[in-house]
Structure formats: C-alpha cells, structure tokens
Design a protein around this ligand. Structure first.
Ligand SMILES: C[S@@+](CC[C@H](N)C(=O)[O-])C[C@H]1O[C@@H](n2cnc3c(N)ncnc32)[C@H](O)[C@@H]1O
Length: 276
C-alpha cells in the first residue's frame, strides 16, 4: 500500500474514533470512550488514578500504550511537543508539570481529533496548551525550539518513521530529549497481518522490530538511545477486544495463532538525547 493511502486510512480511522468512539488503536488501547474498561487498561499501562482524575472528561479515549509523561522528567518552563496528541491526555498531564511558564504543543493530522482536543482544553481552561493540525513527518514547529518531545502509540502508525525522528531531532533544542511510548515487535509479523489496513490502524501492522526502531532513532542523530521500560501487551486484552476479534475473524486467524502473533507485540518507552 502507498504511504499516502495508509495515512488517509489512518486519518479516517481516527476521525471515526474521535466522532463515534469506535475503532481504535488496539486493545492496549481499550476502545474508545471513557468506559471502565478504558480506565482499567489505562491504569495497566501506567497511569495513576490521580492522573486520570486530573484531566478533562473525554481526554482519555484509551488510545495510548504507555505513559510517556511519567518518565519524561518534565520541569517547570519546559516546552513540550506531543506527536499525535489525539484527544489531549498526555498534553494535559504535561501542562500541569511545565506550569504557566512552560508550553505544550500537541500535533495531530486528524481534524476531528484536534477539535476534540481543543474542546477538552477549553473544559480544563488550559492556557499553556496549544493544538496544531499537522503531520508528524512535517512538524509545524520551529527548529531548535522544544525541550522535550513525547509521543504515545503514534509513531508505529507512520509509514515514514525515519522522517518522524528526523523532524523530531530538528525541532528539539540542543540538549533536548525524546520520551516516546510505542509498539514494537520482537519478530516480523506474518504477511497477512502486515497487509491488513485494519491491523495497521489498530497499531499492529505498522510496527517495526525493536532493533529497527532503535536504529531509526539513532540514524536521526540521537545519542543515549535506550529502552527504559518494556511491557508485553496482555494477550487477554487483545483476545477479548471487539476490534481485534473482528480483524482476526476477517483474516481467518485462529485464537491460538492470534496469541502467538500478539506475544511478539511489545510496548516500549524509548529515550534519546539531541547532544549539545
Ligand atoms: C493511537 S492514537 C494516540 C493518541 C494519543 N497519543 C493518546 O495516547 O491518546 C494515534 C493518534 O495519532 C494521530 N496520527 C496518526 N498518524 C499521524 C501522523 N502521521 N501525523 C500526525 N498525527 C498522526 C491520529 O490522528 C491519532 O489521533
């Protein structure tokens, strides 16, 4: 599939998530809407009750695969960019940490998602958060302007990950750093999964191996690149997830095969530094 077609499908998938709360990025990311299930899974992937209670209603659609803010060591006054900010969950958590002297810029290519994020910012009266429409492969952010770039379960969705990390490097100040949560693989996926656009939108088919991922970050110029946390996605969550089930049904994958495949899907938090 061509890169632009992939992006179009991803954008349509997340427009649907934003407007209807259906379809989503995997059961690591519980499907959509402030359900008990999405709260449960958000807790399993690293959010605390306090964090989830501090954000505006509607900002957690359960689309993440980790909690990048928890490990980003944000300071007051930091300028933070969130790649693929969705409904704004991590931007709002970051905004509390950087305070009024700091700023958080969320970037998302799906207008419906951006609208939701802006609505959420209004509900919480955040004066230090701005949402910008744009692609993470062409960041609408000035060179050398950010202290930290975060992202949560988004870069796997990009058909041009090298460009994303290149852009990330460009916008960071010297000494700036990344802290991204993402999905990677411990071995390549079977072809029928790789070719499924549903599985792509569900944050599986676009994922690359852990080694390729780290190589891509380093190739963009980052130093001190490492995985600082790693978690397998609880297979039961996927097996019981309605979207994941419809994909396995469509692709005629047995539960046993699905378990085998999903055991290779890992959520990681990756750090890297733009050396001075
Ligand atoms: C799985 S959701 C994660 C949202 C958010 N980070 C969270 O944890 O709630 C992926 C988001 O990334 C956006 N996205 C996907 N590919 C993108 C790209 N190439 N450029 C900008 N945004 C993108 C989608 O529109 C969607 O809002």
């Amino acid at each position: 599939m061509k890169k632009e077609e992939i992006k179009k499908s991803v954008r349509q998938g997340y427009a649907k998530v934003a407007t209807q709360g259906s379809s989503c990025c995997g059961p690591s990311s519980p499907c959509c809407g402030p359900s008990d299930r999405s709260v449960d899974i958000s807790k399993k992937i690293g959010y605390t009750d306090e964090e989830l209670g501090s954000i505006p209603d509607g900002a957690n659609l359960g689309l993440g695969c980790g909690n990048p803010v928890a490990l980003a060591s944000l300071k007051e006054g930091d300028i933070v960019v969130d790649l693929g900010s969705g409904p704004g969950l991590d931007c709002f958590l970051a905004a509390d940490k950087v305070g009024k002297k700091g700023k958080v810029i969320g970037i998302d290519m799906t207008p419906e998602m951006l609208e939701k994020a802006r609505e959420n910012a209004g509900k919480g009266s955040y004066s230090n958060v701005e949402f910008r429409l744009g692609e993470i492969e062409h960041l609408p952010v000035a060179d050398n302007s950010a202290d930290v770039v975060i992202s949560n379960c988004v870069i796997n969705l990009s058909p041009d990950k090298q460009k994303v990390f290149g852009e990330t490097f460009r916008v960071l100040k010297p000494g700036g750093r990344i802290m991204v949560s993402d999905i990677v693989l411990t071995r390549p996926l079977p072809e029928k999964i790789r070719e499924s656009i549903d599985a792509y939108i569900d944050c599986i088919s676009g994922a690359i191996t852990k080694e390729e991922y780290l190589h891509t970050v380093k190739a963009a110029g980052f130093s001190e690149v490492s995985i600082i946390d790693e978690m397998t996605i609880p297979v039961e969550e996927w097996v019981n997830d309605p979207i994941a089930s419809s994909i396995t049904e469509k692709l005629e994958i047995t539960t046993e095969e699905a378990r085998d495949i999903l055991a290779t899907v890992v959520s990681v938090k990756v750090k890297g530094v733009k050396s001075t």
